[in-house]
Design a protein around this ligand. Sequence first.
Ligand SMILES: NC(=O)c1ccc[n+]([C@@H]2O[C@H](COP(=O)([O-])OP(=O)(O)OC[C@H]3O[C@@H](n4cnc5c(N)ncnc54)[C@H](O)[C@@H]3O)[C@@H](O)[C@H]2O)c1
Length: 347
Amino acid sequence: MILVTGGAGYVGSLLVPELLALGKQVRVVDTLWFENPLPQHPSLELIRGDVRYAQADWLDGVEAIIHLAGLSNDPTADFAPQLNAECNVMATQKLAELATKKAEREAKPIRFIFASSCSVYYTATPEAELNMHGKSEDTPVSPTANYSKTKRLAELDLLRIAEQTPEFCPIILRKGTLFGLSPRMRFDLVINVFTLNAWKNGKLTVYGSGEAWRPLLHIRDAVDAYIYMLSAPLEKVRSEIFNVLHKNYRILELAFWVTEVLEQNRGVSIQVKRDRSVQSGERSYYVLGNKIQRQLGFSPERGAAQAVLEIWDALQAGAFGDDPANDPRFYNIRWFKQELLQLTGVN
Ligand SMILES: NC(=O)c1ccc[n+]([C@@H]2O[C@H](COP(=O)([O-])OP(=O)(O)OC[C@H]3O[C@@H](n4cnc5c(N)ncnc54)[C@H](O)[C@@H]3O)[C@@H](O)[C@H]2O)c1
């Protein structure tokens, strides 16, 4: 049995059906903040629950945990910093402690695959240069933003617990920014939103200089990475951190590239607009992704072209309704602002 927390989210709703297709028993725990896009399946157990109040019996029969639950971007973490700290650090710690007790009791290793983020490499610094040198897993990090800071604190907790308990096997995946179609779609991720804007307005707007670097990863490669870690040799992955990305792009280059893909394959002409008056924050980080290849032979191969076309075609087919750009469900921060009080009791 695999426990997937946050299994109803953007990543989880693509991962869970893959695990089921592989014949796994899956237990999902999710607050269902956004919706429930998961299929009914005899091997799937869905618990509507909050990892902040994790319960020992969620781990009954579980041999591995894929921990995706939490606040999943900067705007939501900044909007609800206390909730962010509770979900991203405290809940991770609580779940890890329950897993540790179970592993000790049964004298059996338990994998704890943690959804971290390449954004831990971003540090606000006036010298943008500092952020342009390639970051590897060995690069010291001290993120300051609410979201990335809590991802790093959770990583440190997991590594500390593993030092004390040999049966506890954390595997930390620092994913790049994702793109691609999912049953629980997000249009607040750069390639997805570029494609939506191209479809809706016939133009893309790049804010700020557009020179920032971003590591990107196809959502299907993220799913493959989680599945890979379920059976990778434990001695090669236990307490290891892996960056997982396809490529680094500059935002402006990416915008032109999305338009080129659409022009060549769908015959549409899309304009790129620049708006330097709005500062985008210029979050810039260039991340090296070769460790996972070198150490495990795993290599995210999928580029953005296919994802852009799939999203375009889904939009054309009406998969996200008539006006997804104005539907808050596709944007975590808009949904939070609208629904958070009702969903979490947080104001
Ligand atoms: N999407 C990306 O580009 C990206 C990149 C790097 C890392 N990550 C990380 O990967 C994970 C999954 O990301 P996503 O894009 O699927 O996010 P998402 O926001 O779509 O999904 C998160 C899911 O977790 C659930 N959840 C949140 N807090 C919970 C709690 N306390 N208890 C139980 N369930 C809870 C939500 O209901 C939601 O279904 C997150 O931890 C995110 O930080 C995402």
